[in-house]
Design a protein around this ligand. Sequence first.
Ligand SMILES: Cc1c2[nH]c(c1CCC(=O)O)Cc1[nH]c(c(CCC(=O)O)c1C)Cc1[nH]c(c(CCC(=O)O)c1C)Cc1[nH]c(c(C)c1CCC(=O)O)C2
Length: 359
Amino acid sequence: MPTEYPVATRDPRLHDAPLLIAARGEHPEVTPVWFMRQAGRSLPEYRKVREGIAMLDSCRRPDLVTEITLQPVRRYGVDAAIFFSDIVVPLKAVGVGLDIKPGVGPVIEQPFRTRADLDRIPELDAGMITDITESVRLLTAELGATPLIGFAGAPFTLASYLVEGGPSRDLGKTKALMYSDPQLWNDLLNRLAQISGEFLRVQVAAGASAVQLFDSWVGALPLADYTRFVRPASSKVLAAVRDLDPTVPRIHFGVQTGELLHAMGEAGADVVGVDFRVPLDEAVTRIGPGRAVQGNLDPALLFAPRDVLRRRVGETLTAGRFASGHIFNLGHGVPPDTDPDQVKYVVDAVHGWKFADYQ
Ligand SMILES: Cc1c2[nH]c(c1CCC(=O)O)Cc1[nH]c(c(CCC(=O)O)c1C)Cc1[nH]c(c(CCC(=O)O)c1C)Cc1[nH]c(c(C)c1CCC(=O)O)C2
């Protein structure tokens, strides 16, 4: 049985936050903007507070989580904070042996191979992550009228790390398990759905006002395999949030998911994140009515001259007008070597954009 939570009372001003207006399918006066990986190595203030502290240790310290989550909000004036954590934090919390290697990503001590390995991945209980509750409470108190986006990794992307043992280019071992032992695959994905669902519920219960489910690597699958082998588990995660609080919008994002956009919406998302490969107006057609979109400036444009960058920001905003609700973001995360002034330039360009001038 999932834990029953009292859901935190949220700041009443959040109702009018541009991010939440857009997620509800309306167009606020100014398009809201935030960035995946807005906290992190691109910020000197982040590098300073992380000095000598391992990534996964920093994620479990409410003082650091609060400071790091707030850094990009202070510097850029973005329309949302994203909770500083990592998709593998709940796996580590249930006892999976893993670490995050700088410049590499999550590395698993004993990769998932057989049914016996399921026993090493117990269900997540809110009591295992009381620090996450504390971090979210501290943060929402500081953020006031700025929404906090909670997040989790989707079952497929988590499974890919567990099965591959670390980052992988083609996800060969993951697909081999999926095609050769569908029963074990389903059991693994359902276990991960419980873990991710509970991780999101804890964040929402403590005060997060939106969530994003990252299925970063699911673009490796064709549509038929996505709907058969992956979507049922992703739907369970998104439903766990809806059942706790139906007013909290659910954003669902993956990379190279052009063929999957409609199906990812159908998993139960209010907002579908789009990477930079599909223009937003085309993405809106693929997703269908009734859902907002998020995206999708190519992160590489942060390294372009400002006139080029500004033009592309405008094109993205214009294409986003086709959607019922647009949240501006990059097509993936802020690269670690980005100049923060370029990020600030994008925020100001989005906030200062006057559609009337360009019609
Ligand atoms: C696939 C994935 C991971 N983690 C995450 C995803 C999904 C998002 C995506 O598609 O990028 C999610 C994540 N990880 C992190 C955040 C923080 C919030 C934010 O977006 O600002 C979020 C939302 C912090 C982090 N997670 C990580 C860092 C860098 C570690 C450091 O600063 O030392 C940060 C800031 C580590 C990490 N963790 C992971 C990778 C691939 C890496 C990069 C490894 C590296 O290049 O060092 C797994």
